[in-house]
Design a protein around this ligand. Structure first.
Ligand code: ADP
Ligand code: MG
Length: 154
């Protein structure tokens, strides 16, 4: 596990952008952490790193579940807060996105349970004191391990 500590939203966005630059077609970034932990700030950074036009606002798709952005790769930004759980996730048929050739970044991945893909980069964000956040990266599968190794040295 690789852990960073950020001291501002800007630092969290920068870390997300560092990750975004390393992502490749089919990568799945699963975000975990409570309300206000910084998942959307991080996702905004990922979007920058994937090459989404920086003038486009990146906000939580809390009501729409999914926002689609065009970057160097297609970016699918999910927010599953309103989902009941894995059964609903399965019923909604996210496979074409989850197993497609774009990049997924998924807020509230807790909701996916067994629907979480086997190959995923799991990112857990947690509140520290004031504006501090701890951001931990854990691999599911060998591809994500490689991405984390690069992130550690980037
Ligand atoms: P989530 O999507 O997890 O609910 P958001 O990214 O929408 O969280 O919100 C995080 C909130 O915390 C924002 O208001 C942001 O300004 C604030 N914040 C303070 N410090 C940080 C930090 N180090 N990283 C990210 N957000 C931070
Ligand atoms: Mg959010």
């Amino acid at each position: 596990m690789l852990t960073f500590r950020t001291k501002s939203p800007t630092e969290t966005i920068s870390l997300g952008a560092r990750l975004g630059r390393l992502l490749e077609p089919g990568d799945f970034v699963a975000l975990f952490g409570e309300l206000g932990a910084g998942k959307t700030q991080f996702a905004k950074g990922v979007a920058r790193g994937v090459g989404v036009d920086p003038s486009l606002p990146v906000t939580s798709p809390t009501y729409t579940l999914l926002n689609v952005y065009k970057g160097r790769l297609p970016l699918y930004h999910f927010d599953l807060y309103r989902l009941q759980g894995a059964e609903e996730a399965s019923a909604l048929g996210f496979e074409e996105y989850f197993y497609g050739s774009g990049v997924c970044v998924v807020e509230w991945s807790e909701r996916l349970e067994e629907e979480l893909p086997d190959q995923a980069l799991c990112v857990t964000l947690a509140h520290g004191d004031d504006d501090t956040r701890s951001i931990s990266f854990e691999a599911r599968g060998s591809h994500a391990e490689g991405v984390i190794r690069k992130l550690a040295t980037a």
